[in-house]
Design a protein around this ligand. Structure first.
Ligand SMILES: C=C1C[C@]23C[C@@]1(O)CC[C@H]2[C@@]12CCC[C@@](C)(C(=O)O1)[C@H]2[C@@H]3C(=O)O
Ligand code: AKG
Ligand code: FE2
Length: 343
């Protein structure tokens, strides 16, 4: 199922690492109070956000590369994902998170197993406090877990998710080709890009339930994605913030119909640190917010080695290692993983 299925598999999930029955909680429990994020200015709402790029613009490749260097994130319009499909995904996910908590718990992700199923973010054990979040992860076939949720009525959900995944795969690979060219990597010579063998692909449905005290809660704690690239559908409700040096936390205000694209750790390593793996978080909100993240990583045995050139630097800033090795290091060292492999 690919190397990402192994990520965070050894982080110790304690009994408290399961989502609350949020509908029945009217005050924020102490276990969910996040205080003192003050070192990293709370909500940089005054800064201009990351760029919005139209993929149909003849200049889009240049703008994408520029955004990879400066922000590590951008919003993409003209991407060709049908609006109807994006709406269908939203309504299937709403149906899922609307289920009674006992029903969702039947599909709970099992500790040490694959990442598929219902639960809190796998990074939860790295934090003292719990996130105001529930998620459902799909890796490989969605059928087994969907059958647990809807024993007689799972086909519509599965068809929508599989169709969505294949559309996002094509878009993601189009973006990877653009970025590879700027790194002087010939995409036609990359076997996994041509043949789709051994890729690590995960589709994460995120739900941030209505929060009674959003300024003291956290939707998803700060992290960088363990991916080459992540493409994200945000709903109309804002909540995603990215950390920008000099500006603090900056809101990525959702543009209707746009797909948010962010680079993950593997593009950062490949580009010798020139492309940003963007640190991001999600703030809690008074109204429910959904988002859908598609994570794409090369096969576990792919060797990630910084590209060296005049533009990307002549000296490697990171050690050369396999995707699988890095996933192991990330699972152990989390936010420090990149500094662990720094030369
Ligand atoms: C494909 C993956 C990326 C992810 C870890 C995982 O193996 C499965 C869940 C993903 C997710 C979703 C919520 C935020 C996040 C940091 C987490 O805890 O689980 C990401 C992980 C990631 O980007 O590494
Ligand atoms: O909800 C969002 O906007 C972002 C979610 C996210 O960062 C993730 O799933 O990795
Ligand atoms: Fe993320």
């Amino acid at each position: 199922m690919g190397a990402l299925a192994e990520s965070y598999k050894d982080t110790l999930l304690e009994p408290q690492h399961i989502p609350l029955d949020y509908g029945s909680v009217h005050t924020l429990p102490d276990s969910h109070v996040w205080l003192d994020e003050s070192d990293e200015s709370p909500s940089g709402v005054h800064s201009t956000g990351p760029p919005v790029i139209d993929l149909a613009d003849p200049d889009s490749a240049r703008l994408i590369i520029q955004a990879c260097e400066t922000w590590g994130v951008f919003q993409l319009i003209g991407h060709g994902i049908p609006t109807k499909l994006m709406e269908d995904v939203q309504s299937e996910a709403e149906k899922l998170f609307d289920l009674p908590v006992d029903q969702k718990m039947k599909a709970l992700r099992s500790p040490g197993g694959s990442q598929s199923g219902y639960g809190l973010p796998p990074i939860s054990p790295f934090f003292e406090k719990l996130m105001w979040h529930e998620g459902y992860h799909i890796m490989g076939s969605p059928i087994d877990h969907a059958k647990l949720l809807w024993p007689n009525d799972y086909q519509g959900f599965c068809d929508t998710m599989v169709h969505y995944r294949s559309q996002l795969k094509a878009l993601t690979e189009q973006l990877i080709r653009i970025i590879f060219k700027s790194l002087n990597i010939n995409p036609d010579e990359v076997a996994w890009l041509k043949e789709s063998q051994g890729l690590s692909i995960g589709l994460q449905l995120n739900c941030y339930p209505p929060c009674p005290d959003p300024t003291r809660a956290m939707g998803i704690a700060p992290h960088t994605d363990t991916s080459l690239i992540t493409v994200l559908q945000q709903s109309k409700v804002s909540g995603l913030q990215v950390f920008k040096e000099g500006a603090g936390w900056v809101l990525v205000q959702p543009v209707p119909g746009a797909i948010t694209v962010n680079l993950g750790d593997f593009f950062h390593i490949l580009s010798n640190g020139v492309f940003t793996t963007v640190r991001h978080r999600v703030v809690a909100t008074r109204i429910r917010r959904l988002s859908f993240a598609y994570f794409y990583a090369p096969p576990g045995d792919f060797i990630v080695s910084p590209v060296l050139s005049k533009d990307f630097g002549e000296v490697p800033r990171y050690q050369t290692l396999s995707v699988k090795e890095y996933v192991g290091i990330k699972g152990k060292h989390f936010e420090k993983a990149l500094s662990v492999i720094q030369n």
